[in-house]
Design a protein around this ligand. Structure first.
Ligand code: GLA
Length: 388
């Protein structure tokens, strides 16, 4: 983490004229494998990053939320009794959305003077929004003197996205932001919410994250379109096999192939990605447990191909970056990470070659696209918590 808490506290004091009474944090995340599987009740394997959102706060006696987004240089005020979206300050929606879901649970939500800061790149597929939601939740918990269970907290964050913000996303981002464990990836069954913290300990390999530095517009409408396509595939499969399947998790590749002619080709390919990605993610978890970088790298490459050809959520720039990565010495595998359409890639690279890999990857990326990318390195970090 590159945020200096002392300096952040100083900034808070300059802005509000008094000291914060508490500070909380929640990390961004990178997904190692298991992409777009969460809302299909499948498997994912993300890890939390040493990039985080920090909120410093002091309770107020009224129900006003007086917020200063230091990173954006913006301020906004709202009454927490009146929880509506703010068309001018969309960053505030994540916090008000959390307050709204807490109110629905009957939890006490208190007005506060808060300052938000952080170093999760915004809109780059590293879950800056989930980290803000989980930091906001930690703040309301601390100020309100209550605490939700981990999975319950993640579900609340998902409801903020689904109901308040209108994105039909799954539970992965909030789950890892809350439940991440330092040094570990998290293997999660998004149906049962059973999880395992898997040590990230390859003897000779490390993850390198590369940012295309291009965030795509229309991501949420494209995202919801994919969710709808998956639901369409489920409807056809359930009808064909007279089963009560509710999600793609409930069907096999064999069944999908049998029903191929009964659905549009794009719907078939979306479903093929999901069902095969679930299989890859389970195998990737085994590879992680065994410290087998070669096997995991292969699975990451396969995942990327499936996301590019079947799920169609990559972009020319993401493709340029993963293609270039695979040609560099020491690269076990490369794939896009997160929702797609822009954002970051994750690469598994020989430790000794990692520095040179990052440098050459950015050169290649620039040569092929004309854009300047950025490298992010991070050990697996801890989930949300209290700083003081
Ligand atoms: C976004 C969503 C997640 C997940 C990923 C794709 O990050 O918030 O729920 O669906 O995209 O794997």
């Amino acid at each position: 983490m590159s945020i200096n808490i002392g300096q952040a506290g100083q900034l808070y004091k300059e802005h509000f004229g008094f000291e914060p009474e508490t500070g909380v944090r929640a990390p961004g995340r990178v997904n190692i494998i298991g992409e777009h599987t969460d809302y299909n009740h499948g498997f994912v394997m993300p890890m939390a990053l040493e990039r985080e959102t920090i909120i410093l706060a002091r309770k107020r006696t009224d129900n006003t939320l007086n917020a200063f987004a230091a990173t954006l240089g913006r301020s906004a005020e709202t009454c927490l009794d009146n929880r509506a979206r703010n068309p001018h300050e969309s960053w505030l929606d994540y916090i008000v959305g959390v307050a709204d879901e807490l109110a629905k649970l009957g939890k006490p939500i208190t007005g506060a003077d808060i300052m938000i800061t952080g170093d999760v790149p915004i809109g780059c597929g590293l879950s800056s929004s989930a980290s803000l939601e989980m930091a906001a939740l930690a703040m309301f918990e601390t100020l309100g003197g209550f605490s939700l269970g981990g999975p319950e907290a993640a579900q609340l964050g998902q409801r903020v996205e689904n109901r308040f913000l209108g994105l039909n996303s799954g539970i992965m981002d909030q789950f890892i932001a809350r439940m991440g464990q330092a040094g570990h990836a998290l293997f999660l069954d998004c149906r049962s919410l059973k999880f395992e913290h898997v040590p990230v300990s390859f003897p000779r390999a490390t993850f390198v994250i590369a940012n295309t530095c291009l965030a795509r517009g229309l991501t949420s409408s494209k995202y919801n379109e994919r969710v709808a396509e998956c639901n369409e595939a489920v409807a056809v499969l359930a009808k064909t096999f007279q089963r009560k399947g509710t999600h793609l998790r409930d069907f096999t590749l064999h069944e999908l192939a049998e029903a191929h002619t009964l659905m549009a080709d794009n719907v078939y390919r979306r479903a093929r990605h999901i069902i095969s990605e679930n299989e890859r993610t389970r195998n990737a978890c085994d590879a992680m447990r065994n410290g087998d970088a070669a096997a995991l790298g292969e699975l990451m490459n396969d995942s990327d191909r499936s996301l590019r050809e079947d799920y169609e959520v990559t972009s020319p720039e993401l493709d340029a970056m993963t293609r270039a990565a695979r040609c560099l010495p020491g690269c076990y595998g490369a794939r896009m990470t997160g929702a797609g359409f822009g954002g970051c890639t994750i690469n598994l690279v020989e430790k000794d070659a990692a520095e040179e890999f990052g440098k050459r990857l950015l050169e290649e990326y620039f040569e092929q696209t004309g854009y300047k990318g950025a490298i992010i390195t991070s050990a697996p970090a801890q989930g949300a918590g209290k700083l003081f």
